[in-house]
Design a protein around this ligand. Structure first.
Ligand SMILES: [Zn+2]
Length: 132
């Protein structure tokens, strides 16, 4: 998506439903991340002792599994931060969202207008320099 796109709800009941759905999705993602972090912690903590200080250090297979878990957590975070569920800048899930092409993600209307002025300023400078 390359264009700026606004999704604005004026009806209070619809806003409340939207916000609750966003919160459900955000909580589901955070629950998944906590589960993944717990799985990762089991690899590095054995019998209440950090594995690097323990005789039972993680083997290569366990280290690869821990790396995969970390990759999956980062992927979930990236997907949530580019989604329409919350603003990656102010973390709000209750505001109307606008797609912000320079970031490739949705931002709330307050943050959009704060950043958009900078973005337009940069665009005008690039046009005047013929820097494309
Ligand atoms: Zn924001």
């Amino acid at each position: 998506m390359k264009k700026h796109k606004k999704i604005i709800l004026k009806n209070l009941k619809l806003r409340r439903i939207r916000n609750n759905l966003r919160l459900c999705i955000i909580n589901a993602v955070y629950s998944q991340e906590i589960q993944l972090l717990s799985e990762r912690a089991k690899i590095y903590w054995k019998n209440g002792v950090l594995a690097s200080e323990n005789v039972l250090k993680p083997n290569l297979e366990e280290k690869e599994k821990a790396r995969t878990i970390l990759h999956n957590i980062e992927k979930l975070n990236r997907q949530l931060n580019t989604s329409i569920c919350k603003c990656p800048s102010c973390q709000s899930y209750e505001k109307d969202m606008i797609f912000y092409p320079p970031w490739g993600s949705w931002v709330c209307s307050d943050c959009y207008f704060a950043y958009h002025e900078d973005w337009e300023g940069e665009l005008v400078q690039r046009i005047s320099r013929k820097d494309f």
